[in-house]
Write a protein that binds this ligand. Sequence first.
Ligand SMILES: [Fe+2]
Length: 337
Amino acid sequence: MTGAVLGSTTACQGPIRALGYVGLRSVEPAAWVPFAAEVMGMQALPGWLPDSLRLRIDERAFRYLIVKGERPALDVLGFDVGDEAGMAHIARRLEAAGKAVERSMGEQAALRSVDGLMATTDAEGNRVEFFHGLADAADAFSPGRPIGGFRSGALGPGHAVLLVHDFAAQSRFYREVLGCGVSDFHAEPFPAEFLHVNARHHTVGLIGTDAAPGVHHLMCEYEHLDDLGRAYDIALRNPDSIGVSLGRHLNDHVTSFYLRAPDGFLIELGWAGRLIDPASWVPEELASPSLWGHVRHWLPAERRARAEAMTRAMGDAGVRAPVHVTRSGAFEWPPAG
Ligand SMILES: [Fe+2]
């Protein structure tokens, strides 16, 4: 494992518009139904393959696909490149980098509900797809519990953070081949780099690890703080389900906690992430991953202690960040719908 290295290309300059979808392999996809619907408030529906699920959080046909696998793993990251021109642009970038590109995927495109689909692998073998035209569902999003919705749309459904073994190679792939821009990075308490493709502070994150590469966590964002609080209430009934306690990130200003999902995946549930201007953003090194909270049960004890010391130093210095309220300013009683 090598540390976070800020390479020469830091600006956002590729055709990727947003994260579109994420696929996970699960040993028991059915276990995701109550977790997704009753804990997170997503809509869980049968997938298009046997023993699979699709999870909705907005008007689109799906944002997460849970497919049957021998062991838990990231199945795919899907990026929206907007249109045919975007597909051609990303294909040129991949081919210039010597990456194999899978095309003419008619049947696969139908399984993804997209108009066009192409695939490659990143520097560590994770499957990465590019698409345009992800279809809307025939009916409106129907949450699994009465929440006021997730923040998605043009920002995409959230972010994906990968565990990375060869940090420099993976960073080069996402920055220089895909054209993601660097938002910020830190070397301690673990090497990490955060990358943007639109105004969402980060859509992809990389965390250096000595363990096997894979997915570290997926993040999705509620529109309303109260919905995040209720998710925390539900999680507190089973404290072992909390992988990272409630806290606030220094970089994207998100208030969040991390749940242990079925198969051991971490899902960050957040609220009020800040928006950035990719055209003028200057990457910076972070003094701490978090402003407060976020006790990281996934970290080895020594690194966890370092993380907690860095977070305490934020408090000792009185560092505070503005709150970026989304739609939750409107008080609705009785609730709409
Ligand atoms: Fe995150």
